[in-house]
Design a protein around this ligand. Sequence first.
Ligand code: NZQ
Ligand code: ZN
Length: 384
Amino acid sequence: MNNFIYENKTKVYFGKGGIKEYLGCLLKNHRTVMLAYGGGSIKKNGVYDEIVGILNGAEKTVVEFSGIMPNPTYAKVQEGAKLARENNVDFILAVGGGSVIDCCKIVSAQAKTDGDIWENELVKKEFPTEFIPMGAVVTVSGTGSEMNAGAVITNESKKIKCGLFGAQADFAFLDPNYTMSVPFEQVISGAFDTLSHAMETYFGKPSKNNLSDDINEAVMRGVIKNMRVLLTDHNNYNARSELMWASSMAENGILKIGKITDFQAHQIEHQLGAYTDCNHGKGLAVIHPVLYRHIYKDGLEKFARFAKNVWGIYDRDSEEETALAGINALRNFIKEMGMPTSFSQMGIPEDTDYKAIANSTNITAGCCKKLTADEIFDILKECV
Ligand code: NZQ
Ligand code: ZN
């Protein structure tokens, strides 16, 4: 096991009815609360009314920041930061999925500095140290954004979608009942995102046995099992709750302990998103099997272990056949879930500039093989 330091500051309130019981108390030292949300799903499912009722009951000044879009933009971050400053917001309550939570993480940091966060972090390599404190109410799971400080933001003018460092939520409410109104397609897409986070971490270094990978295999098997349950029983509470916690587990650092993680599929998908504004989980579903077919020979032992311990494939004659069967099992699972296996099925236009996407993709050290921009282009072409 490599050396590590582990801490996670987010206090998690998991289960039914947590908001009613604890939210008011958690906000007792704050006066002006920014209530941040997306395009309006929380108004349809009653979550908005419930939270506003609690905030009004506690006599908070509520500043609404709405319309945070899937794949939140840097322009939206600036809008939120301006609003927070103008109203002296002293707490941000992000109510939504990864997009709302990510946007708020950077709003929290941007509101505390006159500098430009994008420029500071990505050019000057200066990271924020002051934040407006925030909390998260998760209404759609998958990204695990509620338990880390990373935020994925799309800079439209630069055509780059990438990770920034922002605030981490002090607390997160995970009420599986809040996810019951999420369209089934999005539930599956989010769950696949969780599986992707687990896989990207699992294939990171070191590749030899360690506890993080053992736990990871259990998380992956659990995600696959519960996605299958939801396929025939969309609103199964137990499956939704298991997936909700798996989502946090995949991104709260536990699976990454002692590992150098590789997120090459994510890097490719993020640039695909920058150019097409596509759905994150669906983009990953198309990319993963193709990427893995390109690299598995360089990580044969781990891919064979993945096939055995995650997909239960023990009957092949060689390590290579086992590894390939595991990747095929992943692809078949994606089809079984009704997810896309090509960009055309996602409705991505034929004339998308895949060369530009490949050339602007951040190339990681590689879990087992460092790709070139040309190889990424080949992978993208195969995904079309
Ligand atoms: O905007 P509203 O109206 O709320 O609708 C949303 C949105 O259209 C809807 N939704 C949310 N809760 C709902 C609901 N609909 C009905 N009932 C509810 N209870 O779901 C749609 C998708 O929401 P979004 O937040 O975009 O989804 P997700 O959680 O998958 O987040 C995706 C974003 O997170 C980034 C992705 O790149 C993407 O930008 N990621 C963030 C990560 C992180 N911070 O750690 C890691 C991930 O790898 C990922 O990159
Ligand atoms: Zn993801």
